[in-house]
Design a protein around this ligand. Sequence first.
Ligand SMILES: [Zn+2]
Ligand SMILES: [Zn+2]
Ligand SMILES: [Zn+2]
Ligand SMILES: [Zn+2]
Length: 257
Amino acid sequence: MADGGDFQIVNLKTIAPSLTCILCTEPLTNETRLCESGHTFCKKCLPKMGHCMECRAKILVGTRNYLIEKIANVVKYKCHNYYYGCKTLLSEEIHLNHNVTCQYSTIACPLEQIESVRCQWVGTLSQILHHVKAYHSNKITNRNYFCCTSLQDTYWLTVYKGEVFLYCKQKRQTHWYAAVVSVGVTEASFRGVFVLRSFEEDSNEAVEISFTVDLIDAFEQIFVSGRCLVLDDVTVRNFIKNGKINMMVSIEEISSN
Ligand SMILES: [Zn+2]
Ligand SMILES: [Zn+2]
Ligand SMILES: [Zn+2]
Ligand SMILES: [Zn+2]
């Protein structure tokens, strides 16, 4: 086997918290010092302690922990929500990815942009599930698939697999738009599937189209991006009867394998 081939891959999230100073909790990226039992802290914290804060052992004044400094410099990137409580340290590569899903990120309620609601709630990703269930339970679908028959502009929240989705359908002039977005609680990928069928029994006319669910953005933006269902009046007429449109919406997880 090649050199290093038998190393295990370690989840950095579990070791990163140990790469911080026991006194100031900053990452140990600069010169370190050790106590006699091996606890590590930064050199700049040395004047603030007479003995080890962890075990009260004597401090080795001239000894550095080179290995810890080296590792800490690989995973030195603090989450941008560090000062809001996220103590996750990250390598450069996973830094951006984490910032999107950090449970300490503050976000607005997805219904903030729905004109008839304009919910003013702002909180963290870890609080959003509780918020929508407590304040918008009447607008949460109880399944990850639902029928949307209203010709009016419509929105629904869906809570599925730990994620919060917002479905929105709007008519503008001669076109119909529908999209599903997520608030980004989980790192999983989802797709929104729209199926329109004719109400006529002898007709095979149907439209089925799916889109990867994007993170929430202004629907204005989504509707002009083309990453949503866009149909003109003439097409939609085939799927309308007695003031109802025959459309099914479903949200499915895209499995990674
Ligand atoms: Zn320190
Ligand atoms: Zn110690
Ligand atoms: Zn974070
Ligand atoms: Zn809200």
